[in-house]
Design a protein around this ligand. Sequence first.
Ligand code: GLN
Length: 513
Amino acid sequence: MAAGGAGMARELTRLTAAEIAAAVAAGDVSAVEVAQAHLDRIVAVDPDVRAFLHVAGIGALAAAEDVDRKRAAGEPLGPLAGVPLALKDVMTTTDMPTTCGSKILDGWRPPYDATVTRRLRDAGVVILGKTNMDEFAMGSSTENSAYGPSHNPWDLTRIPGGSSGGSSAAVAAYEAPLAIGTDTGGSIRQPAAVCGIVGMKPTYGGSSRYGLVAFASSLDTPGPLARTVLDAALLHEVMSGHDPRDSTSVDAPVPPVVAAARHADVSGLRVGVVTEFSGGGYQSGVRARFTEAVELLESLGAKVVEVSCPHFSYALPAYYLIAPSECSSNLARFDAMRFGLRAGDDGTRSADEVMSLTREAGFGAEVKRRIMLGTYALSSGYYDAYYGKAQQVRTLITRDFDAAFEQVDVLVSPTTPTTAFPIGERADDPMAMYLADLFTIPSDLAGNAAISVPCGLAPEDGLPVGLQIMAPALADDRSYRVAAAVEAALQERWGGPLLAQAGELGEQAGGGR
Ligand code: GLN
């Protein structure tokens, strides 16, 4: 393709991952041109969006050149070869820093690539850089990042969700067609929902945790963010699959998610609406869009029933015992000796003093809160009452899902109780922040699959609302099938993707920081 200047570069950033891969494979555009267009877009809009902590321009262009060289040599290209991607800064990379949004990892260069990183590179995906996140993935807004918040491209004064908020903002701002996030309590689906894009939490163990810096190991799951359901599925397939380096990795074939994303048909499918999630207490516009989405599924031939999951009401408290407990243990490794920051090491202090000063200086307030909560919940005398009890509740929630999936094929709910809230609104109110994950946490506790797909704008604020589609473990394809049907029907109604209704960055009234 002849170089067409700024207009053409803009067009390249509007393409889907599937379109880019096809154009690169056909030789209509080079991977280098695609990478450059996205790097230019980052230069233009990231000073406002602040999605990236690190941009790897030279590395991205080198990876793109490699794809172009392979194509010219007639070597086979993977399904996403030449497609740019934004990587959450919690996945290790040998050629880029990995900070997890924390000062404590400042200056650390991992000696190895995460399995997800490696699979992306092997597939010819072009990694543009590392995205901002709440420190160690604890949060729902990116405000807990030690490097400042990212901004929602729909309204720069609002949060892009979290903890994978840099990833969701990058995709929604057309800085990358694809991003990797991680979901422990909702951190892929919630940012996707509030940015008007697609985010999928695969079945626990379906995507490798090797090289994902651990927050809560029994919950952490990497997954895709994208602007379309098909793009998310393409990335899901490339990044997933059994990994002998992760002891909880599932040794089973990746569910046929790409085929499912192309099979947008829900006729005869049984869809359950969770009774416990249809009560009051959340934003009216979110409720209105959710109700419409359920009616839409019915009009497409799905059979909708109400299903009770009585223990879902206890998911949030159980999560806030289990996740901090695991975090207090996982974050003990940041001891000032092995990674990143070392504070107060002037030759007079003991190792214990240096460790204590380093952890005091290196961890932010929310991380310290979680470590204290978790250490308390695990301490002798309290273990049974807190951690033990929470694990029992976790089992009851899994059984609720098992019973529900005997009656229905998928469960649906809004992804989040509200649309994107203003930056600063919940910063001093941890409980209000925790509520952002009310609907996403049950699927993490049970380890099953769940996707968020845009289902419209809330009339009161004009901001995106997400529909969550939960499926049984290893039935990830079912979430994609329903999401693809919803996407197709709604895009017909809207005359295009929801994101097309967002204002152009730089032209937003009242935009800016
Ligand atoms: N917001 C939740 C928390 O702060 C979930 C975070 C996540 O999924 N990583 O723990």
